[in-house]
Design a binder for this molecule. Structure first.
Ligand SMILES: Cc1ncc(C[n+]2csc(CCO)c2C)c(N)n1
Length: 224
């Protein structure tokens, strides 16, 4: 059987839905998320993105041809030039200064997720690395599309509208589609045993995304 990215998602469908439909996401859509929860998330995401930039750099290192190297390099550039710059601006709007950002203690949920992905890439090959990164890239694109299609989503006067707009942008959606294509091509040739290994990584990363949302909702009781 030729596997595809959809098979990865279907193999952990309940976890994938718990991630995409998490309460944090629903409240972003309705504009009812507590500002403190979003602020906590934004700060941790700033740390998260720096480690994900390292993970894309590892994907560059693990590349064996020019096309793979360029794909990973584009991911690294997207994080450093777009996501991180946007985050710093966004943090300022939400009352988080450069000084605050430079002194942030890292939440354990941030540590767990980022170090897991780096380890999956370190001990595995480029496919392990991309599967570990997929819930981040594909999940956020799916979340934006889901929010966009829901009648309960508030677009005008929603303080989180700009966040949704980043991930529904053409540039982001096309990066997501090219990642799915890349994975579809590689997954088509793997054995059942290899596929099961990859499902394990994909599920773990999805569960760690769920924990990251939950960390935002639990911001009051986090140790910061
Ligand atoms: C916890 C968390 N998960 C996913 C993203 C989204 N994201 C981060 S890096 C990247 C790939 C390059 O754009 C994407 C899509 C986020 N910001 N925070």
């Amino acid at each position: 059987m030729a596997y595809s990215f959809d098979d990865l998602k279907n193999a952990c469908a309940a976890d994938w839905q718990a991630y995409i439909q998490h309460d944090f996401v629903r409240r972003l859509g309705t504009g009812t998320l507590e500002p403190g929860a979003f602020r906590y998330y934004l700060q941790q995401d700033y740390l998260f993105l720096q480690h994900f930039a390292r993970a894309y750099a590892l994907a560059i290192y693990k590349s064996r041809n020019m096309a793979d190297l360029r794909q990973a390099f584009d991911g690294l550039k997207a994080i450093v030039d777009t996501e991180l710059t946007l985050h710093v601006d966004y943090c300022r709007q939400w009352g988080i200064s450069d000084h605050d950002l430079a002194r942030l203690p890292e939440d354990r949920a941030t540590m767990a997720y980022t170090r897991y992905v780096l380890d999956a890439g370190n001990r595995g090959d480029l496919l392990d690395m991309h599967v570990a990164l997929a819930p981040c890239l594909v999940g956020y694109g799916e979340i934006a599309n889901m929010l966009n299609s829901e009648s309960t989503t508030v677009r005008a006067d929603n303080p989180y509208d700009a966040w949704i707009a980043i991930y529904e942008s053409d540039a982001f959606q096309s990066a997501m589609h090219s990642e799915i294509e890349w994975l579809d091509e590689r997954l088509a040739g793997v054995t059942e045993q290899r596929f099961e290994e990859l499902v394990g990584i994909f599920r773990d990363a999805t569960l760690l995304e769920i924990d990251f949302w939950q960390m935002g909702l639990d911001w009051r009781s986090r140790s910061q």
